[in-house]
Ligand binder design. Structure first.
Ligand SMILES: [Mn+2]
Length: 335
């Protein structure tokens, strides 16, 4: 299925198809702090299994709700926040999870259920009993679409709409380097299957609360350039959340502005986590132009992600953090 780009790896398609055919009861989940691909592939897979006559339930921890406003239109009312009574008998499908720590829920991370791991992160740790990891896929939604075709399922409008959300969000509206002709062909198939393109776009990108723009304004105001102006940093503090009235979920998209600055090689958005997280700050990283592998930077600090988009959590103060990031930039690009 994967034929574009270097370093493409596909494993386990036949094993995963076999398990999906032979097993009957599933619990589906995706990474914490879910994005459009996590939610889209979760819903798409749920639809697919339903069509195959399987018993499928979706699970996301209660702390993820309410979801970021742009995803609230997705039909996720049936999502479980607690394990179902027959959990012991279910096969768990992890979607868009590069490693098991991306789903830090006790009954999932330490349970003895059979695990199917379906993902496209190049640093996926292959934590499943069977693993379908397609690093050449734009999104996990694209992989789920491939599974639907291989299983002879009909692409219903509901399935198509969910998978399209995964495709459009993980490719940055078909503009990131993971976008290729195949991505557009899949999009075309999904549109043929019933996606309302303009309505989806409006729901994802044009229902912006004023608080989110006010938080963006503060973040733009706080932009600093370091490391020969190759490292662009902004810091969203608890005071910024308070002043703007925005929640932590409203930081999404800010980093794209940082990355777009002329001369940028790495954009870093640092966010206070208040009492919401385990570490004091969360750092999102984007590579601008692709010369720097930000997933290597994130991994060296216990995080993960893609070469061009990654993140980690830290207790470092701003100054130490900037100096760590600058060292990493210099290590990869030279002084
Ligand atoms: Mn993804």
């Amino acid at each position: 299925m994967s034929s574009d780009g270097a370093g493409v790896a596909t494993t386990g398609t036949e094993q995963v198809l076999g398990e999906l055919r032979s097993r009957e009861r599933f619990l589906l989940t995706a990474h914490e702090g879910p994005d459009g691909d996590a939610l889209g592939s979760l819903l798409g897979m749920h639809e697919l299994l339903g069509q195959l006559g399987k018993d499928s339930v979706m699970f996301m921890a209660a702390k993820e709700f309410p979801l970021p406003i742009e995803y609230r239109f997705l039909p996720l009312e049936e999502v479980f926040h607690e394990p179902p009574a027959d959990m012991a008998d279910r096969t768990v499908i992890f979607l868009d999870c590069g490693n098991i720590d991306r789903m830090p829920v006790e009954f999932l991370s330490s349970g003895s259920n059979f695990r199917i791991n379906i993902d496209h992160h190049h640093d996926n740790t292959l934590f499943g009993d069977v693993n379908l990891v397609e690093t050449g896929a734009s999104s996990t939604a694209e992989i789920v679409h491939g599974l639907a075709l291989a299983l002879g399922a009909e692409i219903t409008p509901k399935m198509a709409s969910a998978l399209y959300v995964g495709l459009i969000t993980d490719t940055g509206k078909f503009m990131y380097e993971n976008t290729n002709a195949r991505t557009h062909r899949i999009a075309a198939e999904l549109i043929d299957a019933g996606v309302a393109v303009d309505e989806t776009y409006r729901r994802l990108y044009e229902h912006v609360p004023i608080e989110k723009l006010q938080l963006l304004s503060r973040a733009l105001d706080g932009i600093r350039r370091y490391c020969g102006e190759r490292l662009i940093v902004s810091y969203v503090t608890d005071a910024d959340y308070e002043a703007s009235g925005a929640g932590a979920e409203m930081t999404e998209g800010i980093i794209d502005h940082l990355r777009s600055i002329e001369g940028a090689k790495v954009a870093a958005l640092i966010r206070d986590q208040g009492d919401r997280g385990r570490a004091a700050r969360k750092v999102s990283l984007r590579s601008s132009g692709g010369e720097i592998d930000v997933s290597a930077i994130a991994r060296s600090h216990g995080g993960g992600g893609h070469k061009r988009a990654a993140g980690f959590s830290t207790d470092l103060e701003l100054e130490e953090l900037v100096s760590f990031l600058c060292d990493e930039v210099t290590a990869q690009l030279g002084p």
